[in-house]
Design a protein around this ligand. Structure first.
Ligand code: UDP
Ligand code: MG
Length: 325
């Protein structure tokens, strides 16, 4: 068997502070894996610049000039982490036997890639990187993540616990994956849906090597809402149940009021009236909001807009060992 061609896809959004270390470590991984004949010499690193406003693309370009195994993609603006990943994966699919995705900030252990490759050579199509501990994340991040995955699993969305977007996918999987053309992307939920033989590799998650998290609270919240509403209609069902319950209670209250009326008791109900108006008003607003979420999703999907736009690319197969497949 010829050694497989690996592409490591690295989404980068304003990552100038870490790139130097990232490229050094990833190149070391490639060199070692090559030496151990786990991968072929045509393997590359593909940096995806997700519309950075700092010197990220300039730096990537330097590496492209300097190192034959470095390639790059520049998106025309910031499309978000998930879309940047997809841009890299789709670009790499035609010429790679397998793709590993990893964040630029070195929180994921680059040495786990070697273990991914061993699993891949054993015949696994998907290898999930799973964090052993999360102590390096802030208390807030850890707990919000826990809550989010708890909600997801309660809603029946299958995700791999403690797995972020650090994984290996074989070409077979990628070819199936690119057929998923939806615009609302949540890779952690989509990949397990593909099936295929998969396994997990454990690693310790480190702190961000440099720079700051590109997921501020607002982005995290959006990510969570998208994740839930792209994969589950449970919130809509919950609204239906809620509506049913409220209507039931309303019916009982109505009955009670009628009985009171016929018994000749005076209406004393200003308080209860105000309360119910606010209560029902609130619930209606929630319901409309949830329904709006889904209509918004339908609206976005029907437009069939591209998920990303590539402005520049440097993904030439530079190596003479490289064979385009
Ligand atoms: N990222 C991206 N586009 C964005 C936000 C983030 O490509 O709009 C990249 C970022 O450069 C990093 C990865 O996605 O490589 C994960 O982001 P980050 O480390 O900031 O997230 P966290 O680890 O804090 O969840
Ligand atoms: Mg990070």
């Amino acid at each position: 068997m010829n050694e497989p061609i690996l592409t490591i896809v690295v989404p980068c959004y304003n990552e100038e502070a870490v790139l130097n270390e990232t490229v050094t470590r990833l190149r070391a991984v490639l060199v070692r894996a090559c030496r151990e004949q786990l991968i072929s010499q045509g393997s590359t690193i593909l940096f995806v610049d997700d519309g950075s406003s700092d010197r990220t693309w300039e730096i990537i370009n330097q590496y492209i000039q300097e190192y034959k195994e470095v390639t790059g993609l520049k998106l025309s603006r910031n499309f978000g982490h998930q879309n940047a990943l997809i841009a890299g994966m789709e670009t790499a699919t035609p010429y790679s036997d397998c793709v590993v995705t990893i964040d630029a900030d070195l929180q994921d252990d680059v040495n786990a890639i070697r273990k991914f490759l061993i699993k891949y050579r054993e015949g696994f199509d998907i290898v999930y990187g799973v964090r052993d501990k999360r102590e390096t994340d802030t208390f807030f991040k850890r707990n919000t993540a826990l809550l989010f995955y708890g909600v997801m699993s309660r809603l029946g969305v299958k995700t791999v616990p403690n797995h972020a977007d650090f994984r290996l996918l074989s070409r077979r999987v990628l070819e199936e994956f690119v057929k998923y053309q939806e615009e609302n992307i949540f890779l952690r939920g989509m990949i397990p849906l593909l099936g295929f033989k998969s396994t997990e590799v454990y690693y310790n998650r480190a702190e961000r090597f440099a720079g700051e998290s590109k997921y501020p609270l607002k982005k995290m919240l959006n990510f969570a809402i998208d994740g839930i509403t792209s994969f589950s209609i449970a919130p809509i069902r919950m609204v239906t149940y809620l509506g049913g319950t409220v209507a039931g209670i309303g019916f009982l209250i109505g009955l009670y009021a009628l009985i009171q009326h016929f018994l000749g008791h005076a209406v004393s109900g200003w308080t209860s009236m105000i309360l119910s108006i606010w209560l029902i008003g609130g619930m209606q607003l929630i319901a409309i909001g949830v329904i709006g979420e889904y209509i918004g999703k339908i609206f976005k999907e029907t437009k069939h807009r591209p998920r990303y736009i590539i402005e520049k690319q440097q993904v030439r197969p530079k190596n003479e060992h490289f064979e385009q497949k």
